[in-house]
Each structure stands twice: as structure tokens, then as C-alpha cells.
Design a protein around this ligand. Structure first.
Ligand code: SAH
Length: 341
């Protein structure tokens, strides 16, 4: 299989143009075709000489996937299943809020971490996505929307910190002002709490948003829901988040999926507040999307609101996310899992 043209940084693309016999400045034209016009064929690059196009086509692929399924409602939440060149599949979700579009991308095919309520881990881990494939997910969204998405969240299948280099390489391409131009503050990396990844990200000098999947007020509950907690327990994780905020001046968002009777009591909300109040952060409460293979239930009516109010009273900045995605099985990995079955 040829490498993808979308794996290349701008500097690498310049080198590739020179190696293919074109002058360096052709790379600027090609970059714009790729990332402002979102073209999916070499022929579409009309102002690039055909000899150079042919030389590049011998070295690089331009299409990383085909759309295998498309579900949902373009006005609210929509999900595309993308089939990659080796036959593996990943999902992207497009969420529309008035005229703003948020794209949820996958970072891996499958996931190693097996969080209890997550469909992605159930089928195990297959492989990392290449940077160009992650960029390709964004281009698929841009083509489908007729323009680039406004925000990108790494909340699809996989653990971005477990595929760190490709995720960061993709972000630098998405970020390029002469291309897709998605500002770092409009890109969110969501991690299950891999501390070395959080530490590395703090040193990148990028303004990306960091979200950490917490889902529990203490180690006992978190161990039950997230096996990764045995490796990176909560006290160390919270210390790493506090340090991240100190170093980057960026506030961490904690994601907390509410599961009935497991992590949603008022007492647990108070315990969570006590642990979080020592440094600035925000909490995003997420209703559980029911997933086959996990017998937990969403919180009973009113319980999420009580949890939110308890955090609020303790001075924690928290919001309760409504779950637009349930109808289209937007919880990460659900569509892929169904196709595997
Ligand atoms: N590996 C990354 C990205 C995962 S998906 C991470 O762990 O953060 C993004 C969020 O969706 C995570 O917080 C994840 O725990 C949550 N999630 C997964 N399955 C869910 C479900 N069935 N219902 C609600 N949230 C879910």
C-alpha cells in the first residue's frame, strides 16, 4: 500500500514535490487543493502539471477510505462509517448546533482499554490510524458538509494518547492556517487518563483543549469502570491535570458519564467536588448511552440534575450534556461494532 499524501506535513510535501521533479512552490498549490478545496482526485488539481500529478500519484494515495454507511439527521447528529484501505472501519460523528458543526473523529481502529460501558473496547484493538487517515476523516466530514467543520473532538473510537505521534501530526495539519485552518482551541483531545500523554501534551506549546474521562469520584469506582485506572490511579491523574493547567494555563474538562447506582449519588457528587475543588477545571456530565454487553443503566430521571446541582453548590463548574447521539448509536464504537457482528 502506498503512503497517504495526507500523512505529510507541509515541509514533507515540499520535499515530496521536489523529489517528484516539481519546484517547491507547487507544494503550496497542492496543499490548497487538498485542504481548502478538499479534492479527492489528482485530476482535480487543475493548475498542477500532469507530469507532476502522475509522479506524485505513483508515490502517494489520495483516498484513505470509502463511506460504508451514513445514518442520522444532517440537522442534528449524523454518523458515517468509513472503510479504510485495508478493509478496517472507523466512525465519525457530525453534530450540528445551529450553524456550527462539531466533528468527532476516531484515533484508532478499536481500543485497548476496555472501559466497561464503551462499545469501542468490546471488539478489542486492531491498529492505530495513520495521521493521514485522521486528516482523511476530517476531509470526509468537510466534503459531506460542504465546508470544514468548526470543531474537532477526538472522542470517536480509540485512545488518542495511545497513538500520540499520529494524533499530533494530524492536529498540526488540521491547524495549518493555509489549509483546513481549524484553530487549536477548536480541537479537543479526550483521554482516558494516560499520564505520560498528558505530560507530553503540556510541553507541545499547542492551545488544544484537553478532556479527561474521569467517570468516578474515587479509585474504587473508577477501577470498576475503567481498567486503565489501575495503571494510572486517580490521585496521580488529578495531580497531572493540575500540573497541566499550571503549565499551559488551559483548563481541563472532566467527562463524567452517569451510570445508575454506580457513580451518580449525591454523596459521590460531593466526593468528586472535594477532589476537584483544589484546582480550576470543569465537569461535563454525560448521560449513559445504553450499549449491549454492559448491563448498567442511565441515571433515573432527576438524578443527573441533582448530581449537577450538588457540584454546582460546591462551586464546581459543571454542565449536563444532552445526549443527541442516542438515536444513531453515537456512543463511540457502536456502529462499527454492529457492522462487525
Ligand atoms: N479514549 C478517549 C475517547 C473516548 S470516547 C477517552 O477515553 O476519553 C469519548 C467519551 O465518551 C469518553 O469520555 C467515554 O468514556 C465516553 N463514552 C464511551 N461510551 C459511552 C457510553 N456508552 N455512554 C456515554 N459515554 C460514553
Amino acid at each position: 500500500m502506498l503512503p497517504l499524501i495526507h500523512d505529510l506535513s507541509r515541509t514533507d510535501l515540499t520535499a515530496a514535490c521536489i523529489a517528484a521533479g516539481g519546484p517547491a512552490w507547487r507544494a503550496d498549490q497542492i496543499w490548497r487543493w487538498l485542504y481548502t478545496q478538499h479534492v479527492d482526485s489528482w485530476e482535480a488539481m487543475r493548475n498542477v502539471p500532469s507530469a507532476l500529478r502522475a509522479a506524485l500519484a505513483e508515490r502517494f494515495d489520495l483516498a484513505s477510505f470509502s463511506v460504508a454507511d451514513d445514518q442520522g439527521d444532517p440537522a442534528a447528529a449524523r454518523k458515517l462509517l468509513l472503510r479504510l484501505r485495508d478493509g478496517e472501519c472507523v466512525e465519525i460523528v457530525l453534530l450540528a448546533d445551529r450553524d456550527r458543526h462539531t466533528l468527532c473523529v476516531s484515533s484508532q481502529v478499536g481500543c485497548r482499554f476496555a472501559c466497561a460501558f464503551c462499545a469501542s473496547g468490546q471488539a478489542g484493538f486492531r491498529r492505530n490510524l495513520a495521521a493521514g487517515e485522521i486528516v482523511g476523516e476530517t476531509l470526509a466530514a468537510a466534503r459531506s458538509l460542504g465546508g470544514r467543520p468548526d470543531n474537532i473532538v477526538f472522542m470517536g473510537i480509540g485512545e488518542p494518547m495511545d497513538n500520540y505521534d499520529a494524533v499530533l501530526a494530524a492536529i498540526r495539519i488540521l491547524n495549518d492556517p493555509d489549509g483546513l485552518n481549524i484553530g487549536a482551541r477548536h480541537i479537543t483531545i479526550s483521554t482516558n487518563g494516560i499520564i505520560p500523554g498528558i505530560e507530553r501534551l503540556a510541553g507541545e506549546g499547542l492551545q488544544v483543549e484537553l478532556a479527561v474521562s474521569l467517570h468516578a469520584p474515587n479509585d474504587a469506582v473508577r477501577n470498576r469502570l475503567m481498567p486503565v485506572n489501575r495503571r494510572y490511579p486517580m490521585p496521580e491523574l488529578l495531580t497531572a491535570c493540575a500540573r497541566y493547567t499550571q503549565r499551559t494555563k488551559r483548563i481541563v474538562t472532566f467527562e463524567y458519564t452517569l451510570v445508575r447506582g454506580i457513580n451518580d449519588s449525591a454523596e459521590q457528587a460531593r466526593e468528586l467536588a472535594n477532589r476537584l475543588k483544589v484546582f480550576p477545571s470543569r465537569v461535563n456530565l454525560i448521560p449513559l448511552s445504553p450499549v449491549t454487553g454492559f448491563d448498567g443503566q442511565p441515571s433515573a430521571p432527576g438524578v443527573s440534575e441533582r448530581f449537577l446541582a450538588t457540584l454546582d453548590q460546591a462551586g464546581i463548574n459543571a454542565t449536563l450534556r444532552n445526549s443527541q447521539g442516542q438515536r444513531i448509536q453515537a456512543a463511540c464504537g457502536q456502529l462499527r461494532l454492529r457492522h462487525l457482528a
